[in-house]
Design a protein. Sequence first.
Length: 152
Amino acid sequence: MVYDVTIEQTAECPTAVVKANTTWREFPTLWRTLLDEVWALLRARPGLRAEGHNVMLYRTGLPDVEVGVEVGVQVTGPFEAVGRVVPSRLPAAEVATTVHRGPPAALGAAHDAVREWCLTQHRELTGVSWEIYGDPDAQTGHFDVVVYWQLA
């Protein structure tokens, strides 16, 4: 897949998340459990989510090294923490971004494309990135995922 990478300024966005420290190797078996905790809270508080989508924010290091993650959903505003579900925010930042269209298993290629583009454009990254997941396609089950990497 060919990725079109652009520079944007994002607006801060409130989220309900579960935060964790993990490794890239462990993350694929962890994220669903964290997201389920957030959705349990949102089902109990229907006004907290309007049109929000699933999000995953990463504060990365090197591959196979511990990474801080926030797994959750965009929400309408602040709320009191319940258990491990806490309020957070996607940052307002200058970012390099692209859209991944296709199977979720191939999402890493979008991240690779943004990092490679930044390298060739001499743009430094902060190590903070996030994804916003669109609604699934009824026929394929795939969904668009917007990938953001914060620029230094």
